[in-house]
Ligand binder design. Structure first.
Ligand code: DX5
Ligand code: ZN
Length: 234
């Protein structure tokens, strides 16, 4: 499937909850992925941290490759790297279907976004809570998705920062439909509704998904909460 087809499929499936593997049990990753699939997840989010762009390390290429071997779900790879340019090709080869880079790391991202596209993946820009939408605005035409951080990246389990909501609204205003808008950090059954109302399509959920005893029930609750507000709006 090429990037355009994948993007169309994702748009058709919103609201989408993307379990973030950062909160999964790494000792049982295949089982966790299987359980997320059986629960109905249609995409997985993978957080790549370099201990430099963010003050934490997570996992890298071998883990993305390993995940690729056990699932056909699209892999949404969030690169929290100071030098993503050096690695995008290898993450694509490892199996990334969507690749997002931080505008704070790559202030002139046109070439890299186009490179991600050329490699056959969907290309996205990510912005941290203090970064204004204006920072990404000039580059939206080269984006398939925009990932709005609702926490400072680096750690799961943080509290949702409402500044993300106004950014989602602004992005939705700038681009009514084409972009897939994603939100990441502190998204749970309480905060997901306002994110949906603000225009998000893809909701990255780490702790609030993997802390559940019943992943299917939690995914359904999250999706319903995201959809409820969306339906009212329509
Ligand atoms: C934060 C990561 C998130 C994280 C979200 O650096 O980008 O994807 O896994 O985790 P929760 O849902 O626990 O805030
Ligand atoms: Zn993330």
């Amino acid at each position: 499937m090429d990037a355009d087809e994948l993007l169309a499929n994702l748009h058709a499936a919103v609201p989408l909850v993307g379990p973030s593997l950062l909160a999964a049990d790494f000792a049982n990753l295949e089982l966790e992925i299987r359980r997320a699939e059986e629960a109905g997840a249609q995409i997985l989010h993978l957080d790549i941290m370099d201990g430099h762009f963010v003050p934490n390390l997570s996992f890298g290429l071998p883990v993305v490759e390993a995940v690729r071997r056990v699932t056909r779900l699209p892999l949404d790879v969030h690169l929290m790297l100071t030098e993503p340019t050096r690695y995008v090709r290898r993450f694509r080869e490892a199996g990334a279907d969507l690749i997002t880079i931080h505008i704070e790391a790559v202030p002139e991202p046109t070439a890299l976004l186009r490179e991600i596209r050329r490699l056959g993946a969907c290309a996205g820009l990510t912005l941290n809570p203090p970064t204004p939408v204006e920072a990404v605005e000039p580059y939206l035409e080269d984006c398939d998705l925009v990932l709005v951080m609702s926490v400072m990246p680096g750690f799961g389990g943080q509290s949702f920062e409402p500044v993300a909501l106004e950014k989602l609204r602004r992005l939705r205003q700038l681009d009514a439909r084409r972009l897939l808008l994603s939100v990441d950090g502190g998204v749970d059954t309480e905060t997901i509704g306002p994110c949906g109302e603000a225009g998000a399509d893809l909701f990255v959920v780490g702790t609030a998904f993997f802390s559940a005893d019943d992943y299917a029930a939690r995914l359904a609750d999250l999706t319903d909460a995201a959809r409820a507000v969306r339906d009212v709006e329509i």
